[in-house]
Design a protein. Sequence first.
Length: 132
Amino acid sequence: MTISYIALGSNLNNPKKQLKIALRYISEIPTTKITAESSVHKTKPLGPQDQPDFMNQVIAVETALNAHALLYALQAIENLMGRVRTVHWGPRIIDCDILRFGDEIIDTDDLIIPHPEMHHRDFVLIPLAEIL
Ligand code: ROI
């Protein structure tokens, strides 16, 4: 089993509710259990300012999946929830980013772990600190 930290963010269509829906789907990923949840933090957008504030949260999961299988499960949830990739750094219904996966270092086309931007982002570090 591996412990992984995942950052969630939403700024569209009732963002708090979107985080709850994402948590429910994540809890249904096979062999994966949510072991910690930060509180929900309201944050100013990083990037274009002409978009709503975000709701951000970080969770820990314990999983028997490998990192790519977890990534694909999270991408399936994003797609199921209606995420459309249009504006770069634009508003989004849900974003699920793997921050850490055990102590693995991964550098592939579709997945870089540890998340290369996490140490620049208060909206990730503050909720992460809360659950550590
Ligand atoms: N800004 C904040 N505050 N929270 C996010 O989750 C977030 N996600 C993003 C961009 C658009 C970079 N800005 C964000 O992807």
